[in-house]
Write a protein that binds this ligand. Structure first.
Ligand code: DP6
Length: 353
């Protein structure tokens, strides 16, 4: 039986599109089981391939957006520290997009609290821009439904389009020739999955919480432009997507894990073949991969996936997550290990919450 998945909520009692001027939202990171890697349009953040993810119930980002009509520029802080450089530029560019759509010029004060190590390949930009899109669209009164919110979050960071939804979500790349407005065709939506039967958990092994040497944005660009393996991977990813959807429908965790692991390893292979190579995986990553293989040999369903960093997320049954976490903890030594289940959709917090 398909479990109904939560969708994005709006603040009760408010007319759609009414600007609150001050809104706070919370969103969770997601981990892709079928990866997004490569843009066909940088400005609109349109990907070459569809991707599919699970939103987590750990590491939420909380963002408050407050309009300040008297201010000459936006104020943006992360955990109380003013953002500078490229991270600030991305937030301001995103607010400019929201302002343009709202037809309003007011600058804003943006305060973000992250509980995930920023820039460590743990999808902080996904929860970050999903929370910012949800809060900013309420503050400026855009009146978007969940699909519109997903499209908007995509413009901040591609993976954020999926964090608008809870549970499992698919992000449609959209057709390259989608009429006059290609923006419309690319958004995420929930995938119905029998979650109780699947009983999934992701054991997150943080082997290195430092920021990455190459941003995923730059690494993607280089991979698409120079890797001879990129196109074959993109083509096989479409087949992986069909396989994983079928496996999810059947609640076949081993089949889901097998497809997710090969899709992630394939993505990393495309980067290793880029010129110059992008290598996010470290010796600590390989140690965890060995431990995952050992778990499988001993009869435990455990499958690995890695993003733009050395950290490993191990897909397993919730019922076996403690055992998997124990083995992974031994392997990472000095790193931290967290157990995550399927998490909720992005949502607005009540003003007095
Ligand atoms: C490896 O969404 O961070 O985590 O759109 O450039 O902001 P931008 O990239 P981002 O890339 C995430 C890539 C990934 C795979 C995934 O989440 O699908």
């Amino acid at each position: 039986m398909a479990t109904e998945q939560p969708t994005s909520t709006t603040r009760a009692g408010l007319a759609p599109g009414a600007a609150t001027g001050d809104a706070t939202a919370v969103a969770h990171p997601n981990i892709a089981l079928i990866k997004y890697w490569g843009k066909r349009d940088e400005r609109l953040v349109l990907p070459w391939t569809d991707s599919l993810s699970m939103t987590l119930d750990v590491f939420p980002t909380t963002t408050r957006v407050r309009l300040d009509p008297a201010a000459g520029q936006d104020t943006v802080t992360l955990d109380g520290v003013p953002l500078e450089g490229e991270p600030r530029r991305r937030v301001v560019a995103f607010l400019d997009l929201v302002r343009e759509r709202a037809g309003r010029a007011s600058r804003a004060v943006v305060e973000t609290r992250n509980t995930v190590p920023t820039g460590a390949g743990l999808a902080s930009s996904a929860s970050g821009f999903a929370a910012l899109a949800t809060a900013a669209s309420a503050a400026y009164g855009l009146g978007l439904d969940a699909t519109g919110l997903s499209r908007l979050a995509r413009r901040g960071s591609g993976s954020a389009s999926r964090s608008v939804f809870g549970g499992f979500a698919i992000w449609h790349a959209g057709q390259p020739d989608h009429g006059a407005d290609p923006d419309l065709g690319s958004y995420a939506e929930p995938v119905p999955v029998p979650v109780d039967e699947l009983d999934p958990a992701l054991v997150v092994a943080v082997v290195d919480a430092g920021p990455k040497a190459v941003s995923s944005r730059e690494a993607m660009r280089r991979t698409v432009d120079t890797s001879p393996l990129y196109r074959p991977w993109a083509a096989s990813s479409q087949a992986d997507l069909a396989d994983i959807r079928e496996a999810l429908r059947r609640a076949d965790l081993d089949a889901v894990g097998e497809v997710a692991e090969r899709n992630a390893l394939g993505m990393h292979a495309t980067m290793l073949a880029a010129r110059p190579a992008v290598r996010y995986l470290s010796s600590a990553t390989v140690t965890v991969l060995d431990a995952v293989l050992e778990l499988r040999r001993s009869g435990v369903s455990a499958w690995a996936t890695m993003d733009a960093g050395p950290n490993v997320k191990v897909l397993c049954r919730r019922a076996e997550a403690d055992r998997v976490a124990g083995v992974v903890r031994e392997a990472v030594r000095g790193g931290s290990v967290h157990i995550a289940g399927p998490g909720p959709a992005a949502r607005l917090l009540d003003a007095d919450a």
